[in-house]
Write a protein that binds this ligand. Structure first.
Ligand SMILES: [Zn+2]
Length: 147
């Protein structure tokens, strides 16, 4: 019988993802603006923005401001949340199609799950997440924010 022999190594991986090419997105968010990138070569629009076009590999991008208008495609209510979000559950995650084309996944706030309707009009907005991080999320287009 052959004896099993092994060496246990723990590998630590550290990554740094440069944000300087899309820093304009974060600056815009602070001012309540939703900025996307548009490929100058193939005209595709990306949100969240990408510095390089994953479609035609061009790095020649324009910045455009989105109007935030979106139509709900699908949603789910999260009851069993990951540990870091457990204090916020239940919460709603939605996928909606922006008027400019891209489909975006984000939190849907200011609405009760029972009031959500397929294809309802939403607005993508910049928002402080529980007074901490700045994020973007969906809110019903014709509802007053609960704030
Ligand atoms: Zn392109």
């Amino acid at each position: 019988m052959e004896e099993q022999c092994s060496i246990k190594n723990i590998l630590h991986v550290e990554m740094e993802i440069p944000q300087n090419k899309i820093s304009k997105f974060w600056e815009g968010l602070k001012e309540g603006k939703l900025l996307a990138t548009k490929c100058k070569k193939c005209a595709r629009i990306f949100f969240p923005p990408t510095a390089d076009c994953p479609s035609c590999y061009s790095s020649d991008m324009d910045w455009i401001e989105l109007n935030g208008n979106a139509e709900l495609i699908t949603w789910t209510v999260i009851h069993v949340a990951p540990k870091s979000f457990s204090e916020h559950s239940p919460y709603i995650i939605a996928v909606a199609k922006l008027e400019e084309g891209p489909k975006v996944m984000a939190w849907l706030s200011d609405v009760k799950p029972e009031d959500i309707k397929p294809r309802m009009e939403l607005k993508l907005v910049a928002k402080r997440f529980y007074e901490e991080k700045l994020i973007y999320c969906f809110t019903p287009a014709h509802a007053r924010p609960l704030s």
